[in-house]
Write a protein that binds this ligand. Structure first.
Ligand code: ADP
Ligand code: ZN
Length: 215
């Protein structure tokens, strides 16, 4: 089963993707995480990507498509993938169709997580994650069980993403409206776009997604 999770920055795509990954043996392909890994490598390409990401703009279609293509074709992906953060533009959606067709794969569900933008600014601003394992937390909604200690791996080292600063958050929403929202009609026209309410509790959102994919 191959699916796409869509929605604006902070909609909770990563959280839900991780849950689906565990429950269904799928592989989460998060372009944001892949690009952050590239920036962490310190390569010249990484330095260029870092500047773009921190501003809240999109990395070029060319780079992102290349990054995702390698992973979709990899053996780990054979039981299915959850695309999180890709596609984000019409050319990316078209490239995805071509690469799936080329590997004899099909897209089963495109799930849009609908959320209220005002609430998202708040979600993103309070967001932080474990530097060691990437587990995500929130200052108000999801603190570690033991203050200062990661629930998942026990690390004491937490980081905030530079693009979760308010200026970059505004830019990311603008980019979503202008460049990513146009892919919704693209998938609606194919009859595979489904919607869940992303404003509920995390468990309720998981249930709604499960209901769609078990059909
Ligand atoms: P969020 O969904 O919270 O904005 P991501 O981790 O998915 O966070 O993305 C962070 C940044 O990585 C984006 O703002 C963009 O700069 C870059 N990025 C991620 N995926 C893509 C993509 N498919 N195309 C272009 N840029 C991307
Ligand atoms: Zn951790």
């Amino acid at each position: 089963m191959n699916l796409i999770l869509l929605g604006p920055p902070g909609a909770g795509k990563g959280t839900q993707a991780k849950r689906l990954e565990q429950a269904h043996g799928l592989v989460q392909l998060a372009t944001g995480d892949m690009l952050r890994a590239e920036t962490a490598s310190g390569s010249e390409l990484g330095r260029r990507i870092k500047a773009v990401m921190e501003s809240g703009a999109l990395v070029s279609d060319e780079i992102v498509i290349e990054v995702i293509e390698q992973r979709i074709a990899a053996p780990e992906a054979k039981d299915g993938v959850i695309l999180d953060g890709f596609p984000r533009t019409i050319p990316q959606a078209e490239a995805l169709d071509a690469m799936l067709a080329g590997h004899d794969l099909k897209l089963d569900h495109v799930i849009l997580m609908e959320v209220d933008e005002a609430a998202l600014v708040d979600r993103l601003a309070g967001r932080f994650s474990c530097r060691a394992c990437g587990a995500s937390y929130h200052e108000r909604y999801h603190r570690p069980k033991r203050e200062g200690v990661c629930d998942v791996c026990g690390s004491h080292d937490f980081v905030q993403r530079p693009d979760d600063r308010p200026e970059a958050v505004q830019k990311r929403f603008e980019v979503y409206r202008q460049q990513t929202a146009p892919i919704l009609p693209y998938y609606r026209a194919k009859g595979i776009l489904e919607t869940v309410d992303g404003m509920g509790e995390m468990d309720a959102v998981t249930k709604a997604i499960e209901a769609i994919i078990s059909r």
